[in-house]
Design a protein around this ligand. Structure first.
Ligand SMILES: Nc1ncnc2c1ncn2[C@@H]1O[C@H](COP(=O)(O)OP(=O)(O)OP(=O)(O)O)[C@@H](O)[C@H]1O
Length: 532
């Protein structure tokens, strides 16, 4: 289905309002998370819900899906009032929620996952595997996915497909309103295209979609309407086509945003880290990489390019099996993260859960853990007063939304927890810092602050490697961008290179046919991916 046809569908069914919430209020200890929110969803539309970290998006969807009860206000679905705080009632009314991280059992097949707990049985006893597989196949096909996925173990699928399977699982029930909580945050450009195709097909069936995202540039493509929340209040609900990214960002923050350009002189050649001929069987080969003192180097590539694996090898998570790495003039064997830390390399991995926060501890504690490592490196005892000052400074600088440094990290919104993890690694001021998707899930205002912090770390002499799928982020941060394709280096670009250049090098475009715009580069990739 084309976009034009899709939007027609949503206009036709505009009168059918599936979900209406009125005057929703919710208070947690010390925080008024929602202050009387009105929000509705029409049949066949994608209604995006955006706002800064802590604006109240997750709280609203928890109330709509019955995971939390509101203090005041109502939610009606199909004209019937939902019982507050009752997930079964919400499910029965047709509300399904798909979270960013797929909630599947890795050891089970896709079909088993989809029917888990409500298996189809023959004569009421034996599981009817054949019938299940056929139903799942039809379901996958309905969403434009390959029916052969039914028999694949969930753990063997890439995370993007696991997410699409989670959507399929939701559709095993009768869905009227599908809630997608930051579905694109962990996806690459071409995976996002597939997600949008699936969204188009569910829209065409008259399902209403609530779409939460921090990637504002995709709203004009995927959303019909946009609601902006700020501090628990709706500040605007508008057709997506009437809002630019900048206007949306300004509504979110409540103030005008300046256009920010970074101009930085390329740092002099003074290698802190040098990797030569680095390789790991099956994932990357022949990688030469130099990080100079005070330099920010970007590493960019599509899925399967090996960029994340290179970063993980430099931090000793999945060691390389060929080549050498020299840090601070000494050849290092990075066989584990302890070797990397000893060599002065720190990393903020993309999957924050790997690194984890101490949810039951305060913000101050979580940030000072990084500080403790720094101080203990010099054999100095930790100074508690200083710990509080450092944490309070970060709270202010990267706008962590919380009552104070004593607040427990477990009570913060997802994005704010991420800022705490970042603050911790920045406190350590490592010689080499490897950042993987440093601003994923973080709002626009905090993104700028995080970029400023990374650049000031480089100004103070750290060498920084940033692996990011956000091209605008790489343009802003990186003095140089190395592009990888299918496990090998595919080009190097100085600061000032266009997004189209980076994307086409990553996708294997040749120079003679270099695309002139980002859209053209994206279209070329989609075409390549869709080729049999
Ligand atoms: N269980 C809780 N206890 C205390 N405060 C909470 C709890 N859950 C949420 N909050 C607070 O309510 C506010 C709204 O949080 P919410 O998770 O809805 O934000 P969000 O818009 O989804 O943010 P993000 O983009 O970071 O996910 C935040 O200030 C958060 O700290």
């Amino acid at each position: 289905m084309t976009r034009a046809e899709t939007s027609q569908t949503s206009e036709i069914s505009e009168t059918a309002t599936l979900l209406v919430s009125r005057g929703v209020r919710k208070r947690y200890s010390g925080v008024q998370a929602l202050r009387g929110v009105d929000f509705d969803v029409h049949a066949g539309e994608v209604h995006a819900l955006v706002g800064e970290n802590g604006a109240g998006k997750s709280t609203l969807i928890k109330i709509v899906s019955g995971a939390e009860a509101a203090d005041a206000g109502t939610v009606d679905v199909g004209g019937r009032r939902l019982t507050p705080g009752d997930t079964n009632a919400a499910l029965a009314a047709g509300i399904a929620t798909v979270y960013q991280e797929p909630q599947l059992f890795g050891e089970l097949t896709v079909a088993e996952n989809i029917f888990l707990g409500r298996e189809l049985r023959r004569g009421g006893r034996l599981i009817d595997w054949g019938a299940q597989r056929a139903r799942v196949g039809a379901l996958l096909e309905r969403l434009g996915l390959d029916p052969v996925l039914a028999d694949v173990r969930a753990a063997d699928l890439p995370v993007a497909e696991q997410q699409l399977v989670s959507i399929a699982k939701a559709f095993a029930h009768d869905v009227r309103v599908l809630i997608l909580d930051e579905p694109s945050a962990i996806l690459t450009d071409q995976e996002v295209q597939t997600l949008f195709r699936v969204i188009d097909s569910v829209k065409a069936e008259g399902v209403g979609v609530i779409y939460i995202s921090h990637r504002l540039d995709e709203l004009v493509v995927v959303a019909d309407r946009v609601t902006v929340l700020r501090d628990g209040e709706v500040v605007a609900t508008r057709p997506a086509r009437e809002l630019t990214v900048r206007q949306t960002a300004e509504l979110m923050t409540g103030h005008a945003l300046e256009e920010r350009r970074v101009s930085r002189d390329a740092p002099a050649s003074d290698p802190v880290l040098e990797a030569r001929g680095l390789g790991a069987a099956g994932s990357f080969h022949d990688v030469d990489l130099v990080l100079n003192r005070g330099e920010v180097v970007g590493l960019y590539g599509l899925v399967g390019s090996g960029v994340n694996e290179v970063a993980r090898a430099l931090y000793g998570i999945d060691p390389a099996d060929t080549g050498t790495v020299t840090v601070g003039g000494r050849v290092r064997r990075l066989r584990g993260t302890r070797d990397a830390v000893r060599a002065g390399v720190a990393m903020l991995p993309a999957n924050r859960k790997v690194q984890g926060v101490f949810a039951s501890k305060s913000i101050g504690f979580n940030i000072s853990i990084g500080h403790l490592r720094l101080l203990s490196r010099f054999g100095v005892a930790m100074d508690r007063r200083r710990e509080k000052v450092v944490a309070a400074d970060f709270l202010r600088r990267i706008a962590i939304k919380a009552p104070g440094v004593h607040s427990l990290v477990g009570t913060l919104s997802g994005g704010n927890q991420q800022k705490v993890v970042l603050a911790r690694s920045l406190v350590e001021r490592p010689d080499v810092l490897v950042l993987e998707e440093p601003t994923q899930g973080v709002d626009v205002g905090a993104k700028d602050e995080i970029h400023d912090i990374v650049l000031s770390l480089a100004d103070q002499g750290s060498a920084v490697l940033v692996v990011s799928s956000d091209l605008a982020e790489l343009q802003r941060l990186a003095d140089r961008v190395l592009v990888m394709r299918e496990g090998r280096p595919a080009g190097e670009f100085p600061r000032g290179a266009s997004q189209a250049d980076l994307l086409s090098a990553a996708a294997g475009g040749d120079d003679e046919e270099a695309p002139t715009s980002l859209d053209e580069a994206r279209a070329a990739i989609t075409e390549e991916v869709n080729q049999p």
